[in-house]
Design a protein around this ligand. Structure first.
Ligand code: ARG
Ligand code: ZN
Length: 477
């Protein structure tokens, strides 16, 4: 009897719990109880970014005063809800200590390495602007996702930058190129090291603390999250104003004196390179300009961080290679930064153009023509199956950054030949004339609208076909 009663009681409790869970689940699914998703469904990085809101600005406050690569941070981001949000997510790989939504403490939980779920006391209605204040802490270098970390360390130098994802290692974000936002970065560091970031240096403050400095950087225009960075270390800074733009070049003092001088000399040519780019694409998009050369090696050469590209020290001091590298990263300020990718499978909009522009800058500054670069590159690439096996309209997440550097500029030079300089440069100017987020499909539509030539065969051959195109007037060579 007793056993029977106990079993009955257990069954009852079980049924009750199930019912409660079902009811709760229904309430979440019912209208008015909707929330965001922990990803935007990017074809290669489905969990990157978050649905349900667009960020307007990030105010990032970091304390790196411990000097051991650990940080505590407070970031407030202001966003607009694009749907009713009973809950929403942001991307952060560090430990969350507290979250406030519009000043009120919110419930927080984590799912996986970089996704944090927030449940505000009151749902945010669609269309509303809301602010999210996140207190967090951690040692970014200790956090690896898929065996990788975007933290670069060498001696007293510590930096975080990377593509396609790096912001989650230092600030809570909607980490996807389709949601650019203003970025304001304050960094407290031990006296004796500098903190470098994007935008202009608004202040450098010792305050009451003799042993610490707070560096405050402010970007004048929105940027995709992967285009922001921070680097702390012994840096030599050169500040100025060029063509009305606030300009800061930073070179690591951990490099040899000779390297430092060569790097700085090269960085100083950024203004002249921008002027060449402006003759092709119109005004430089941002109110600040610069460059940074850390001492830690960058396996990928450079990154087009907005207003201040990060350059590998070896690459930027290599007299043969540097001019094209600089042109490439500065070209990205138009292609990739001002006009961001809709999703990561649109990477050709960024890397294809930056690579072609490097040829064009050489052409415009008295070097070999882009047509000559095309001939040379085509001859070398023609029988390289690795290049043609990558479909540039869908390269796959493991081939974002390889074939595009060859196939991309070849395709653009072919387009130029096919439609002529006037249509080609007009198209490029239209494309980059204002901030936008755009897919490769949009590029195809816009390019086709700029010419009477049928671009169907051209796009198929240069972007998708599995073997090198053979010379043909329809293909632009
Ligand atoms: N966008 C960089 C450039 O200017 C290259 C980044 C490569 N990233 C990578 N994870 N391999 O070309
Ligand atoms: Zn690039």
């Amino acid at each position: 009897r007793r056993l029977l009663l106990a079993a009955l009681a257990a069954l009852l409790v079980g049924a009750l719990v199930t019912t409660v869970l079902l009811v709760l689940e229904r309430r979440e699914a019912a209208p008015g109880r909707t929330g965001g998703e922990p990803g935007l469904g990017d074809p290669y990085f489905p969990r990157a970014g978050n649905s349900g809101y667009d960020v307007d600005r990030y105010t990032i406050d970091l304390d790196l005063g411990a000097g051991d690569g650990s940080l505590t941070g407070t970031t407030t981001f202001v966003a607009r809800a694009t749907q009713d949000l009973a809950w929403f997510w942001f991307d952060l790989a560090l430990d969350v200590r507290a979250v406030q939504v519009d000043g009120a403490a919110a419930a927080v939980s984590r799912d996986g390495a970089t996704d944090v779920r927030v449940q505000p006391v009151r749902p945010v209605p669609v269309g509303a602007e809301f602010s999210v204040r996140v207190e967090y802490a951690g040692t970014p270098a200790a956090v690896e996702v898929d065996g990788a970390s975007p933290v670069h360390q060498r001696g007293a130098e510590w930096s975080v930058f990377g593509e396609p994802e790096a912001s989650a290692w230092w600030f809570p974000a909607d980490d996807h190129p389709s949601d650019p936002a203003l970025v304001d970065v304050s960094v407290r560091v031990p006296a004796g090291v500098e903190a470098v970031s994007v935008g202009r240096l608004a202040s450098r403050d010792t305050g009451d603390e003799a042993d610490f400095d707070t560096w405050h950087w402010v970007a004048g225009q929105p940027m995709a999250t992967y285009l922001a960075f921070v680097s702390v270390g012994p840096y030599r800074l050169e500040e100025g104003v060029q063509d009305g733009r606030s300009t800061v070049y930073a070179v690591s003092e951990q490099l040899t004196g000779r390297q430092q001088r060569a790097a700085l000399d090269r960085l100083r040519t950024s203004g002249a390179t921008v002027r060449v780019l402006e003759t092709m694409f119109g005004p430089y998009p941002f109110t600040e300009l610069g460059g940074v050369v850390p001492s830690a090696p960058l396996e990928f050469g450079a990154l087009e961080t907005q207003t201040r590209p990060v350059y590998d020290a070896r690459a930027i001091t290599d007299a043969d290679f540097a001019p094209e590298l600089l042109a490439h990263e500065l070209a990205h300020q138009w292609f990739g930064d001002q006009v961001t990718l809709r999703a990561w499978d649109d990477v050709v909009n960024s890397e294809g153009w930056a690579s072609w522009v490097a040829w064009a800058v050489v052409e415009r500054t008295g070097g070999p023509s882009a047509a000559a670069a095309f001939e040379r590159t085509y001859a070398a690439a023609r029988s390289d199956r690795r290049i043609w096996s990558v479909d540039l309209t869908d390269p796959g997440r493991d081939h974002l950054f390889d074939a595009v550097y060859t196939r991309g500029p070849l395709a653009l030079q072919a387009l130029r030949t096919l439609i002529g300089d006037e249509a080609f440069f007009g198209l490029a100017r239209d494309w980059t004339s204002r901030p936008a987020t755009r897919s490769f499909e949009e590029w195809q539509v816009q390019a086709q609208a700029a010419t009477a030539v049928d671009l169907g065969p051209y796009f198929a051959a240069w972007y998708q076909a599995p073997t090198a195109p053979e010379p043909s007037p329809a293909l632009g060579f």
